[in-house]
Design a protein around this ligand. Sequence first.
Ligand SMILES: Cc1cc2nc3c(=O)[nH]c(=O)nc-3n(C[C@H](O)[C@H](O)[C@H](O)COP(=O)(O)OP(=O)(O)OC[C@H]3O[C@@H](n4cnc5c(N)ncnc54)[C@H](O)[C@@H]3O)c2cc1C
Length: 344
Amino acid sequence: MSASNETLPIAVIGAGLAGLSCAQALLQAGHAVHVFDKSRGPSGRMSTRRAEDEAGPWQCDHGAQYFTARDPQFRAEVARWQQAGVAALWDARMASFDGTAWTTPATPLERFVGTPRMTSPAGWLVQSLQQAGDRALAQWQTTVQKLERHADGWAITSAEHGLHPQRYSAVLLAVPAPQAVPLLHPVAPTGAAVASSARMRGSWAVMVRCPAPLTLLWDGAFINTGPLRWVARDSSKPGRTAPAGTETWLLHASPEWSDAHIEDAADSVTATLLAAFEALGGPAPTQVQATAHRWRYADTEPALTLGYWRDADAQLGMCGDWISGGKVEGAWLSGQSLARAVAG
Ligand SMILES: Cc1cc2nc3c(=O)[nH]c(=O)nc-3n(C[C@H](O)[C@H](O)[C@H](O)COP(=O)(O)OP(=O)(O)OC[C@H]3O[C@@H](n4cnc5c(N)ncnc54)[C@H](O)[C@@H]3O)c2cc1C
């Protein structure tokens, strides 16, 4: 590629927290950035289901449940989100169960959530991109399938729009590792090998609408036995709404159980997880409405700690939770690190 290509925009594929963090930092460094995501909106695995049933409209965070902020840079970002009203502390009563006894986790931890839903910080980041005018573009329902390097810059092809006319100075992938592999394999086998080395695990989630509040004495519980790993009173998070008198709960299966049952039918997964919830003091399955969601790529075990990957000659890069210790905080930090490397 010629030096003049350096004035072209940079393409960021994936508008989860890593991609948006990266895009925002690149904009601040003076670059033009185009962000693409295959979904109908941003936020990736920081996800909230919104729907309606007989009782009325409901919502439930069915991906990331809360996030912690240890790094000073990320703490400052979360403080900006709190200031903007898109994140708040979740003062949850926590518990954990090992199969015989319930305990209360000893370490007090600040747990943050997006408000009024987990997608809100990403929505706010997209708004700040849009304030950059012509220098930023965010486009949804665009599944990038192919990257090609031409003399006039990188070209992308998506399932929905075919070959895009715009050329890019660099392409940065902010997608789960298994989804980066087929994109990078033809153009950067070294990067594809890094992504292939990350083992991402699945997770089944079941969103439960209860006709009345449950009398359980906790809002979030780690379950270290049976098919469940995590149970949360979604309605106890700040700013949540549910039809009057009702409560929404979220069940996550353990990674081991999820991987063993990833191809099972949603109905049978729902039945198993509701039965496990009832055994913990939850409602009778016949009294609730429940919706299952399958995450094929939920977390990485173990997450890589490279921070980001970049091929400076090829002008390609990768960021995301999977390469940066896992979790929401790792995703945001990874996006920042990659942007710093690209911006020099
Ligand atoms: C069930 C579950 C529970 C979790 N619990 C927690 C928790 O409690 N605390 C915590 O900190 N973290 C938790 N996490 C992890 C957290 O959600 C992630 O670490 C973080 O959201 C990852 O952000 P990311 O930007 O790296 O990736 P993602 O959020 O996955 O974003 C990647 C984006 O890329 C898009 N994409 C993929 N392929 C393409 C393509 N070809 N073209 C265009 N777009 C594409 C996707 O649509 C997606 O929007 C959980 C995740 C799950 C699924």
